[in-house]
Write a protein that binds this ligand. Structure first.
Ligand code: HEC
Ligand code: HEC
Ligand code: HEC
Ligand code: HEC
Length: 183
């Protein structure tokens, strides 16, 4: 059977037509409703976002039930660190004013790891001096306090107001000066 001239071009044309048809049908099938009404944008996206359940809370919403912890948190250096940073999203814990689940409470070595996420002086990229988060070199910091290096940060620092005990100790033992050992 002899093939006419330019058959290969016809075949190629068919393939191109097929691809174009696929694109047109695909666009019709998969473009979400409302897209393009106000430009390259889907207006329904806003409603979808509004419908998403809230998971984050402000510190104020924790305070009413956790007055004790909040009272320290409010007056200490950690007032600038939100409850949720250390304990996770409030939405896992309380819904419509009722307790529905548990939040993270670090224990043992997890406590040191949490604190050092912000206070580790070994992180060279962290700005030093001036108005920045104070850092310590670990375990040197513990050696300086003349304690075993397996001490946890919360054995000396109240986690919610980290200088609370330390300032109290300094008042009780006035001979202890800035930077000196309080043991
Ligand atoms: C810098 C991190 C940090 C911040 C900020 C923080 N917490 Fe904590 N919290 C901890 C750690 C670590 C523990 C467990 C160790 C401890 O209590 O010494 C804890 C313990 C608790 C506990 C006791 C849990 C138990 O089962 O004994 C409660 C309740 C609590 N926090 C509530 C709060 C509330 C409410 C806020 C905000 C007002 C807050 N926390 C802010 C780190 C933090
Ligand atoms: C409606 C009151 C209420 C609110 C609001 C509330 N809590 Fe609690 N929380 C509780 C109660 C009650 C417990 C003890 C639950 C238990 O022992 O089963 C608790 C326990 C905790 C614990 C210990 C671990 C756990 O989940 O049992 C942490 C940490 C905590 N809350 C942090 C927070 C933080 C942070 C917020 C704000 C985002 C908050 N809570 C808001 C009532 C509340
Ligand atoms: C999210 C980061 C963050 C985490 C996690 C964190 N801190 Fe802090 N910490 C801060 C900030 C911010 C300040 C306030 C800095 C300031 O006042 O100059 C602070 C202040 C302090 C101070 C007082 C420093 C001073 O002399 O002014 C101590 C001590 C401290 N934190 C210990 C801890 C301990 C212990 C933990 C673990 C329970 C911890 N921090 C977890 C951010 C953090
Ligand atoms: C044995 C007690 C003890 C333990 C454990 C301890 N600290 Fe301290 N920390 C102190 C004392 C005391 C000071 C205050 C020193 C001063 O006033 O010069 C201090 C000061 C700090 C400061 C402020 C440093 C500055 O430049 O002013 C930070 C940040 C800090 N500690 C973080 C931590 C972290 C993070 C841990 C856990 C890895 C930890 N500490 C464990 C006793 C302790």
């Amino acid at each position: 059977m002899s093939k006419g001239p330019k058959t290969h071009l016809k075949r190629m044309g068919l393939v191109v037509l097929g691809v174009v048809a696929l694109v047109v049908v695909g666009k019709l099938l998969f473009t979400p409703g409302g897209f393009g009404r106000y430009g390259h944008y889907r207006p329904g996206a806003i409603d979808d976002e509004v419908q998403r359940p809230l998971v984050h809370e402000t510190d104020a919403s924790c305070d009413s039930c956790h007055e004790w912890d909040a009272s320290f948190h409010k007056k200490g250096k950690h007032k600038v660190v939100s409850c949720e940073f250390c304990h996770g999203p409030g939405g896992r814990h309380v819904k419509d004013g009722k307790v529905v689940g548990h939040l993270e409470v670090q224990k043992g070595g997890e406590i040191n790891r949490l604190c050092l996420r912000c206070h580790d002086g070994h992180v060279r990229a962290r700005p030093q001096g001036g108005k920045v988060i104070k850092t310590v070199l670990y375990p040197n910091h513990l050696e300086k306090q003349a304690v075993e290096t397996d001490h946890l940060c919360n054995q000396c620092h109240l986690v919610h107001a980290p200088l609370e005990y330390i300032n109290a100790a300094k008042k009780m033992f006035p001979m202890v000066k800035e930077g000196e050992n309080v043991q």
